[in-house]
Design a binder for this molecule. Structure first.
Ligand code: ATP
Ligand code: MG
Length: 283
């Protein structure tokens, strides 16, 4: 039995549960407890505040954890980062009120900076030789400058909307983060085997993110051109149709390229184009 810690509630909770579910690890949501056994995989799920996940995994009270990389760095715990999980992307950045003139890192000398990430910030300032007063605030860091509590903030930014609505401008990106799978260093072979199995399933789930399955009919004469347009995993699957000069073509397309690919295929005579959801890619 392996134990995996995830966030009880908050920004990573739903996607952590969803990733586990897609990897075949399901928990019965209706009677959620602090510690739950998965229905279909030898895993126990431990629900914690994200602040506590790195330490819990470092000391082995959970074997694995899903947590923001920013928390791992902030807590400074010794854990193995096994895998990036492709969600919860954000950065931890310095931001200043838009009314001040920002001239570069020197600006922060002698200033008061509010943050929930004091360790990451102090390390950054030490590296850059900046002497500033770092104030640790848990909760709404972004209101600190307007409230007169700080001259600047160091906080998580994803879309940047929170900064704008508080009259702040992001001036330095210090740390890039996303949700990661962490492990207790030196897991035994049995647990590591289960961890590897999970990682390979997570990988398949992630490969399917943002991908679509495309099925279409094409005049056989346009096949060479279609192959050039399609960025298939290896090459598209081609199936002959009853009408001998036509074929059916199947392939995987990145959602970002979907419309441009579809339009190019139509231009070379493709018909009956179906775009289907793609769940997982197992390589
Ligand atoms: P907890 O109650 O578990 O301590 P929290 O309030 O500290 O939760 P959340 O706001 O739920 O934390 O964020 C959890 C993680 O989600 C962050 O540490 C970060 O890795 C990630 N994240 C991604 N985008 C954002 C964002 N826009 N704002 C905050 N966190 C984000
Ligand atoms: Mg927290």
């Amino acid at each position: 039995m392996i134990r995996i810690a995830i966030q009880t509630k908050g920004r990573l909770n739903e996607q952590s549960i969803e990733l586990l579910r897609e990897a075949g690890v399901t928990i019965k949501e209706e009677k959620r407890k602090f510690l739950m056994r998965a229905a279909d995989f030898p895993v126990e799920i431990l629900f914690l505040r994200d602040d506590d996940i790195p330490h819990t995994v470092a000391m082995g009270a959970a074997d694995l954890g899903i947590v923001g990389y920013n928390e791992v760095v902030e807590r400074g715990c010794v854990v193995d980062v096994l895998q990036n999980l492709g969600f919860g992307a954000c950065r931890v950045s310095l931001a200043v009120p838009k009314s001040v003139e920002y001239t570069g890192l020197d600006f922060f000398n002698g200033k008061r900076i509010a943050t929930s990430y004091p360790n990451v910030l102090k390390r950054f300032f030490d590296e850059k030789g900046i002497k500033a007063a770092v104030h640790t605030i848990t909760g709404s860091v972004e209101i600190a400058p307007a409230a007169g509590l700080a001259d600047a903030i160091f906080d998580i930014v994803s879309s940047g909307g929170t900064l704008i609505s508080n009259g702040l401008v992001e001036v330095e990106q210090v740390l890039q983060s996303e949700a990661v799978l962490i492990a207790t260093p030196g897991l035994d072979d049995d647990k590591m085997a289960v961890a590897r199995q999970l990682m390979s399933r997570f990988d398949s789930v992630q490969k399917g993110y943002g991908k679509k399955y495309l099925v279409l009919n094409l005049p056989s004469s346009a096949l060479d051109e279609a192959v050039k347009i399609l960025p298939a995993m290896r090459s598209p699957t081609v199936i002959p149709l009853a009408q001998s000069d036509w074929c059916s073509l199947q392939t995987v397309v990145d959602e970002k390229e979907l419309w441009s690919v579809v339009e190019k295929l139509k231009a070379i005579g493709a018909e009956g184009i179906l775009v289907l959801a793609l769940e997982k890619i197992v390589l």
